[in-house]
Write a protein of this length. Sequence first.
Length: 234
Amino acid sequence: MSILGFSCTVLITWEATLILFLSGFQNGGPAGVIYGFLLVWFGTLSVFATLSELVSMAPTSGGQYHWVSMLAPPSSSKFLSYITGWLTVGGWQAAVASGGFLTGTLFQGLIALTVPNYQPKSWHGTLLFWAVIFFAVFVNTVISNLLPKFEGLILILHILGFFAIMVPLVVLGEHGNASNVFTLFLNGGGWPTQGISFFVGLLGNVFAFIGADGAYHVSNCLPNPIPWAALTMT
């Protein structure tokens, strides 16, 4: 259950789509946001369905670079594994930085919304960014024994928060025309073609699925991570 909560914490699917909704709405429109989400969801599912087969056979914190080393030809396994490992590290560093930045600026936005005389400054957002990062480090080091409880709490908030936001929007918000929602594409960025605009607008949907491999990197921390089928095969 804690790993499920951890995965939801990393992915923040509906949260990221909501936060970065404007990017997809301006570049793609309402139809672009919907079909873009389905496209990214299907692509992510296709990739990680395969990776899930690998993690079931070889659960390791190394994840992708370990499996590349296992499956690549011996002549190039070290090189490809090295490149894959550093790409994974770079991706996770970017995910941590972007998550801290978005969370910090969200706090700043809430302060600006509730304190009328507050004047937002860029360096305020930077300090809030570092506060978020240090809080994450604190939870993962000083009180790491409480980490599973934090992850379970986030899982509950992730599920309940979806309905807490969706229900008021559906009940109290203005309802648009269904044809506009599913057929209206926009090119607010002035790109040469609507297709380019659509792919630029995928930013928010793609960000919502970053870190889907998070559970793989802690799979060997679980008790008995190898399925019984794999044990019987060996």
